[in-house]
Design a binder for this molecule. Sequence first.
Ligand code: GCU
Length: 620
Amino acid sequence: MRYTLAVLALTLTCAAPALAQNAMPAAPAVLLTDAIDRPGQDLSGLWAYSTDLYRTAETDINGRPPAPRAMRFRDINVDAEVAKKPDVDFFEFDMDKAPKATLPGAWNAAEPELRWFDGLMWYQRHFTAEAVGNRRAFLRFEAVNYRVKVYVNGQLAGQHEGGFTPFAIEVGKLLRAGDNQVTIGVDSTHDDTTVPPTVTDWDIYGGVTRPIRLIYTPETFIDDEFLHLDLDGHIRGSVHLNGASAGNRDVSVKIGTGKAIALKTDGNGDAHLDIAAPKGLKLWSPDSPTLYDVAFAAGDDTLTDKIGFRTIQAKGTDILLNGKPVFLRGISMHEEEFGANPARRMTPEAIRALLGEIKTGLHGNFVRLAHYPHSELTTRMADEMGLMIWSEIPVYWSVDFGSDKTLLTARHMLAENILRDRNRASVIVWSVGNETPNTPERNRFLATLADDARARDGTRMISAALLVSHNMKNGHIEMAIDDPLVEHLDLMAANTYNGWYGDDKLADVAKETWVMPAGKPMIFSEFGADALAGVHDAKNPMKFTEEYQAEFYRQTLAMADNIPALRGMSPWILKDFQSPRREHPVYQNGWNRKGLISETGVHKEAFDVLANYYVGKEKD
Ligand code: GCU
């Protein structure tokens, strides 16, 4: 049933774009939710690579199918092929002799000559597989930036668009017992129709940035599960089975040491749960991030997920966590590990190093994962460490808001993001965009995404990082949140850079006031100023000095304290990060320097300004 829906969605996109705008796209045919807890074969390690800037493996000179001598995905041994007709055959690739790179990890950090490569790259490796028998087999990709075609033993197995969300491709019929070859063509290029668009303020990071695993399942398996605590004290949720015998099947759910709850699937393979929360259920919060082992079973398929139970809601101008007002003591963060040559290789150690700075260093309880879904390892570690999360899809600056194709791409991305992380107690906000212009197409585009998010998961706040207006009122600076999109959002979030961009005097910032629609909580999703660690001038604190950045924080925090509806913030940004837009030869050299910490871990003066402010807020 879901499979036909997906195919239907795809044909719909091609046939009648207008229609696609209304109907929420179906969920991906296979999710493999919580795949992280399934046994599998990790294909990380050395992969052969071959650049293909002119896409010779995709088309020939006149756009016709490529010449076999350029098809890097072919299931052949080049030497053996040539040996068959040495005087005729030749090849313009040989993946068995090609250089190797370690995956996951973006190619831009792999070799100096690949630093600015933005195009089509082929990766290949061999692996040994068991006979599939009556099981099913999937290649699960956690993230490949941006478009990818996957070939198994020379056959196209599947493709995906979107650099930050997982997808699973069924390969059982293509696998052979013993040696297999997997080849992936990764295209990092963006254009007006992509999400994000070509120009962003972060680096290319092309390639396979998160693990690839080969996962076997029974013919019918638990493909998706979602459990949450509702405001009325009930635990509700669903389990979805995928397979020929998914309908009318027994499913059991066991929360912690509680009694197993017996459910039955309907014709679509869906089982629904609705119970009063067990007495003494410990609620998840940053101060006590309690997680329960929840065991799901259906026939011979079992899955255990770690789930925290909490409620989150916007009520009036308050944000209520488990029914109590909470202030979001946050910071924004890119998916980029510490170090001078990051590869967006987010190991548990790399993630813990970043989240630890927020939790312990800044006394924070909140992190905005910008501007795209970060690794599932990060959201699960936030569950464990006790950090609330803002999760966003990269509808960033100027995507093509008038294009139905772009909208559908964004809707699929949103679906993949929500379906991956809706069991994460840490995730409290789904954001549908950042700094997008207030135009009719954009308003329709983002309103559609906000409605989708609410329809897929009504248990979290929906938001977007908004541009704001800067007005002079009687010689006084008054900022305004006057974006029509607010009516579709639960939480207002504003980006402000007064005192850095624009010509407001830093000394005036604290006196600036804000007007906004009433009755909703507001946060600052961004504010910040660049400083190169180690650059000081206490007497004459110019921009790019640590003193200027620290004063920028003092002024902005003072301004924030005068906003009645302010319920949190995620200043821009935890760590300096790579951006091709930042090329001041002394202060930037390809780095955005708005971090409170340098790329090598040096704390700047402003770090303590914010940490002390949060210590104060903690006491409130
Ligand atoms: C913007 C944007 C960020 C960017 C930041 C900056 O607000 O959302 O992605 O990096 O400003 O200018 O540093």
